[in-house]
Design a protein around this ligand. Structure first.
Ligand SMILES: Nc1ncnc2c1ncn2[C@@H]1O[C@H](COP(=O)(O)OP(=O)(O)OP(=O)(O)O)[C@@H](O)[C@H]1O
Length: 632
């Protein structure tokens, strides 16, 4: 339900579509209240023009057109929605089953889908409906659903294939979950936006098909729908008689209903595609208790990026996974901030949420992400498009896969610049060459295709694109993890050189704490969705305060000195789908204090300027509630 409200709130198109649809539902429901006449009774004089007695005039047989419109809405809506629903269920089942099971099943389902796709739609509809002619509204619904599911199956299969390869689905398969559970609990919720958009586009197809079939006389002409009204109007020569109302009323309403479905389709796509679904209920709950975001570096410069009390995660059928919990983090202009922590602690969710890229079922539950004072989470999609790439950009681990293999690198580098108004060919060329020099690729590769470049070069191209408009901030989530260590180091050195030259800020996410110590001005350590320690890199290296940071440091080899055997951290982080009481590291902490650390949550406290830690060893008296109280 939250998702529905979010879509309506964020997309004026979806809201307009829903408004029109609601109005039509009301017309259909309130038909007996809105007209005293039956849609089929022929009690009136023929061809009466619209007026007080007959709002929309009468037909050749003396039926009231307004009554026909009201009662016809019932069947037209029923046909549109039910045919849309059935076609979506068939399309989703076939698309997802093919993607999930692969092999023979996928081959067979693909052939079936392709056969339906190549058969021309209208002739197929006409042939099938000719067979079931006169069999009633439900046969029309089934005919339309039967001929209209294939396109949805194709689209949903593509998305299901992508989701099936995601880590959480692979993990569910490996852990032996049943296919039905994986499909319904893991995959389908991730496809909700596309399934809903597909439903409305199929409903649109159904309404238009019913109108077309009825108009041609292949519908159930004995029942009153907007489509059969058109059929009878045409058959009785309404236009020749000048009875425009008989044609105009159902015609316009069909167009309006089609528009409503199309608007809902676009609106859902607009909101679910641009990577954010706000959970309003959760947002409200969390905002009620919002405190002022703490400034990280006391007395430091005004931050460029200020993430304040950000809560984000995933909406799943088993409840919300709170992968980012009340995280506040500031980044000063030109600063290199490293974010480290074990796998699954929420680093990527934080990066995606703060840059408005969190895909459904990901959701921002509350908080803010201000870039130069503007909260990115509040921007309209249009405004977001304006600032993305220009004011901030992102490089992710698999970013190099976004390069289109059949388009030359040059054009793909030009893309972002052209989208922001740089169109002069000479300027584009000069800038592209400069960027390539900056990230250490020979300019000649501008005219290569991506498949001619190595993984390292492709990732450099992505970094060049991210820097193209000289953004103030670049968020990098494991940008070099897929590359070998030598290339990794070279690229990182170049990123650092570019940052210093252009004065951009960087948020850099990695598992590799030793790398961060070398590169960063400041480091934040994440654990179980929270930032548990943050400090200047050198201070953190020299004296980590949180037992987790200390153990994390110990798990990596020293930068210098003899090689020693490193210890891991025994135990596992707590699940993020449950509320945590006390310190999240309690179970694994060698210094835990029963009665204190498991009962109370330690607040993040600045123990020396610029060094914050959330641990009772260093802030024994301060619990989270105390801080909230003090802030009030
Ligand atoms: N689509 C999803 N549905 C439910 N939970 C998810 C989904 N995606 C991620 N999670 C969970 O959210 C938590 C945080 O994941 P995230 O990818 O942000 O961690 P991370 O620190 O970036 O991990 P890594 O370093 O391995 O990339 C994990 O526990 C993960 O299982």
């Amino acid at each position: 339900m939250n998702g529905v409200w979010t879509i309506l709130r964020r997309s004026p198109r979806a809201a307009a579509g829903a408004g029109i649809l609601l109005a039509m539902f009301l017309l259909a429901l309130l038909a007996p209240v809105l007209t005293p006449y039956s849609p089929t009774s022929q009690d009136f004089s023929s061809w009466t023009t619209p007026g007080r007695e007959h709002l929309l005039g009468t037909t050749a047989l003396g039926q009231d057109v307004w009554a026909q419109i009201l009662y016809g809405a019932r069947k037209t809506l029923l046909i549109g929605l039910m045919a849309g629903l059935i076609a979506t269920v068939i399309g989703t089942t076939i698309g997802v089953a093919g993607a999930y099971f692969g092999g023979r099943v996928e081959d067979v389902l693909n052939v079936v889908t392709n056969v339906f796709l190549v058969l021309p739609g209208l002739p197929l509809l006409i042939i099938v409906s000719a067979f079931v002619r006169g069999a009633g509204v439900w046969s029309i619904i089934l005919v339309i659903a039967f001929t209209g599911w294939a396109w949805g199956a194709r689209v949903l299969r593509s998305q299901a294939l992508a989701i099936r390869n995601r880590d959480f689905v692979q993990a569910a398969i490996v852990s032996g979950e049943r296919p039905g559970r994986i499909i319904f609990a893991e995959m389908l919720p991730n496809m909700a936006g596309l399934i809903a958009a597909n439903f409305f586009s199929t409903a649109l197809y159904a309404v238009l098909s019913e109108a077309g079939l009825s108009f041609l006389g292949f519908g159930d002409v004995s029942s009153v729908t907007w489509g059969t009204m058109l059929y009878w109007a045409q058959a009785r020569g309404a236009l020749l008689q000048g009875a425009w109302w008989w044609i105009a009323a159902p015609g316009l309403l069909i167009a309006l209903l089609g528009t409503a479905f199309a608007l809902l389709n676009f609106g859902i796509d607009e909101v679910t595609n641009p990577k954010i679904v706000h959970s309003i209920r959760a947002t409200k709950v969390l905002r009620r208790g919002r405190k002022a975001a703490p400034r990280l570096v006391s007395g430091g410069p005004e931050p460029l990026m200020s993430i304040g009390h950000l809560d984000a995660g995933y909406v799943t059928p088993r409840g919300n996974v709170r992968a980012v919990r009340d995280v506040s983090l500031d980044v000063a202009p030109g600063e290199f901030v490293g974010l480290a922590g074990e796998s699954g602690c929420g680093k990527s969710t934080l990066a995606f949420a703060a840059t408005r890229l969190l895909d459904a079922p990901g959701a921002v539950f509350g908080g803010e992400a201000r870039l130069a004072g503007t909260d990115l989470l509040e921007l309209s999609n249009e405004d977001l498009r304006r600032v993305r790439w220009k004011d901030y950009s992102m490089v992710f681990q698999a970013s190099m896969n976004i390069l289109n293999p059949v388009i030359k690198v040059r054009e793909q580098v030009y893309d972002a610049m052209q989208a922001h108004g740089i169109t002069d060919p000479a300027k584009l060329d000069a800038r592209a060459r400069e960027l390539f020099r900056l990230v250490g690729i020979r300019e000649g590769y501008l005219d290569a295709y991506p498949h001619q470049l190595s993984g390292g070069m492709k990732q450099r191209v992505i970094i060049a694109i991210a820097l193209a408009l000289e953004p103030k901030l670049v968020v990098m989530d494991e940008p070099t993890t897929a590359l070998d260590v030598v290339v990794q180091r070279q690229i990182l050195q170049e990123i650092d050189a570019v940052r210093r030259r252009l004065g951009i800020s960087i948020i850099f996410i990695t598992h590799d704490l030793s790398l961060l110590v070398e590169m960063s001005d400041r480091i934040a350590i994440m654990y179980a969705g929270e930032i548990i320690e943050e400090a200047p890199a050198k201070a953190l290296y020299a004296g980590p305060k949180h037992p987790y940071t200390a153990r994390l440091m110990n798990a990596f080899p020293e930068l210098e000195g003899p090689n020693e055997r490193r210890e891991g951290i025994p135990g596992r982080p707590p699940p993020l789908s449950v509320e945590l009481r006390g310190c999240p590291f309690y179970d694994r902490c060698p210094s835990r204090m029963p009665g204190q650390c498991d009962e109370h949550k330690p607040a993040s406290v600045e123990i020396v300027p610029g060094h914050r830690v959330a641990c009772f060893l260093h802030s024994p008296l301060i619990k989270e509630g105390d801080v909230a109280h003090a802030a009030d």
